[in-house]
Design a protein around this ligand. Structure first.
Ligand SMILES: [Zn+2]
Length: 574
């Protein structure tokens, strides 16, 4: 690896992959790969399987090399279980290829795999991920892998011996991610991730009748409840029995309804496609795991080489438990893209090394994340960010193909969220407030603030619990107003007197912080003292109570702008 301390992780992997590709296949396009199983909703954790090679491939492309990012759709895998929310009658399809299972009721897609691929394909387009999708159903049923299948069967003794080296060593746990303490949300997501991965719970081809790495789907019931009972290397005659009672002898050289078991299938594809870079999740990387075993099989059987394969850590979600997900499960990239713009989501994956776990915020944390993102953008524009941060920013906002769409007038997410919270999205009111925010740089139409405005609105309406929403009082709180002391009355008078001259975000900020300074006889540019801070805190709490009937709320200048001068006067006049 090049020892450039300035480079980010993407750049370092690109160096390594380019050098390795030149050793293995000089002059040929460099192949990076991902595998996704459309066995159910493809969730945010699995997006790392795509984003890691995407970012590396994109860097290689930026450097002018020919590169292809393959996404293998593992849609010829067996259907394993009926997920929550799906009719129990789908249990009859367990054991069939995912492309032979009917799509969930009401779907526009022809089968289960296509249904769950569709949302991911749409998200990848929004994220600017360029790739070549490969359907494993198409590959197997077209006979593309026939030679490799026959080879694996011929070499089954060798494969069995490799597998045996690991079988006797004992397995380390179930293969579930082990990263210290996981909170409940993360544990649920980890469970989903492990169940969704190709390695989980699949037999390796061992049976009472001997070792066979090929598993036929029964020609009568289409399920893989089959056992190979005999195979002739000369004629390629293969006999199998099925739990449904069917027994059949086929010619493997012509057979298309079946596939190699996962631990043989994966290395076969490394060799077939010449993959140089393919990361894998923690559940694939333990001793005896498919990545390790595959590393032996790819060379000893298929004459290929294992890719450079960093292990990527778990991606968690914060705030997921409170989510009202209609799917009832772990959020998908499509869910995330409804509350954040594609560059922000790309940035979350680009800025962390693959072995670092991180969380994607669906809760209040998203507002801080957006602040951080905007600050980084300003620093980069001023040339004040360090090399790694600048690199992550550049990978987030565009690809080798060009920049991703942006919001023309990007206002702070938390400000937008507060405004749509108060206006409940009413376009006229929202535009009035946005216009007043900064008279020096006024917003002329809502479209200027999109898509960020829509993301903030979607976040407020789907992720923020009702009790945390802001409700501006319709009528003044007469009881509280009647109990005010002289100091409080004078503070409110000063605030109302200054409203017209300070009607902007900046002006109102000066005003609300300034009123307590004036009351204490301090100059406007005074450094905050403990006494001043107490006075400000008490004044702010009073304002929140009078405006929204609680002791906290959105930032006061935003709140005042949103409430509007007439209603502010009505609610704050004793
Ligand atoms: Zn059958």
């Amino acid at each position: 690896m090049a020892a450039n301390p300035e480079a980010d992780w993407v750049s370092r992997f690109a160096d390594e992959v380019i050098a390795e590709a030149e050793r293995r296949a000089p002059g040929k396009p460099i192949v990076c790969a991902s595998g996704l199983s459309p066995s159910g909703p493809i969730h945010l954790g699995n997006l790392r399987e795509v984003m890691t090679p995407h970012l590396v491939a994109d860097e290689i492309r930026r450097r002018g090399h020919e590169v292809v990012h393959i996404i293998s759709w593992d849609d010829y895998d067996r259907y394993r279980k009926v997920p929550a929310g799906i009719d129990e009658s789908w249990a009859q399809h367990i054991g069939k290829p995912l492309t032979s299972v009917p799509a969930p009721a009401g779907s526009a897609y022809p089968n289960w795999a296509e249904h769950f691929k569709a949302s991911m394909i749409e998200s990848l387009a929004q994220l600017g991920v360029e790739y070549r999708g490969i359907s494993q159903t198409e590959m197997y049923t077209s006979g593309a892998y026939t030679e490799q299948v026959l080879l694996a069967m011929r070499e089954r003794g060798k494969i069995d011996a490799v597998l045996d080296r690991y079988r006797t060593k004992g397995r380390t746990g179930s293969g579930a991610p082990q990263q210290g303490k996981l909170d409940e949300d993360e544990a649920a997501a980890a469970q989903e991730a492990a169940e969704g991965s190709g390695a989980a719970a699949e037999d390796d081809g061992t049976g009472a009748t001997g070792y066979f790495p090929y598993k036929p789907y029964c020609s009568v019931c289409d399920r893989d409840l089959t056992t190979v009972v005999a195979y002739d290397d000369e004629t390629t005659e293969l006999s199998y029995t099925c739990q449904c009672g069917h027994t059949e002898t086929v010619l493997l050289s012509e057979h298309r309804r079946g596939k190699l078991v996962w631990k043989v299938d994966w290395p076969m594809r490394w060799a077939y496609e010449g993959v140089v870079f393919e990361p894998s999740g923690v559940d694939h990387s333990s001793p005896g795991s498919s990545f390790q075993v595959g590393g032996q099989i790819v060379g000893e059987v298929f004459g290929g080489q294992q890719p450079i394969g960093p292990m990527y850590a778990f991606v968690g979600i914060s705030g997921m438990a409170k989510m009202s997900s209609s799917k009832g499960g772990v959020p998908t990239p499509a869910d995330a893209l409804q509350i954040m713009e594609p560059p922000l989501l790309r940035w979350l994956y680009a800025r962390r090394r693959p072995n670092q776990a991180f969380k994607i915020a669906f809760d209040q944390e998203i507002q801080r994340l957006y602040d951080e993102w905007d600050t980084l953008g300003r620093k980069v524009a001023e040339g004040a960010a360090n090399a790694a941060d600048t690199a992550a920013h550049s990978r987030a906002v565009g690809t080798a193909a060009g920049p991703l769409p942006v919001t023309p007038h990007p206002l702070p997410y938390r400000t937008l969220a507060s405004i749509v919270d108060i206006t409940t999205g009413d376009p006229e009111q929202t535009l009035r407030i946005l216009r007043d925010l900064d008279p020096a740089d006024p917003v002329a139409s809502l479209d200027e603030t999109r898509p960020r405005l829509d993301r903030a609105q979607h976040w407020i309406t789907t992720q923020v619990p009702a009790e945390q929403r802001t409700r501006v009082l319709a009528e003044p709180d007469a009881t509280l107003l009647g109990k005010l002391d002289d100091d409080q009355r004078e503070s409110l008078r000063l605030l109302l007197a200054g409203l017209d001259d300070h009607w902007s975000l900046e002006g109102l900020t000066t005003l609300v912080y300034g009123v307590p300074k004036t009351r204490l006889g301090l100059p406007m540019d005074v450094k905050p003292t403990p006494e001043l801070k107490v006075a400000q805190r008490e004044f702010f709490a009073l304002l929140y109570h009078l405006l929204v009937g609680r002791d906290t709320g959105p930032r006061l200048p935003t709140l005042l702008l949103a409430v509007g001068p007439d209603q502010v006067r009505k609610l704050l006049t004793p």
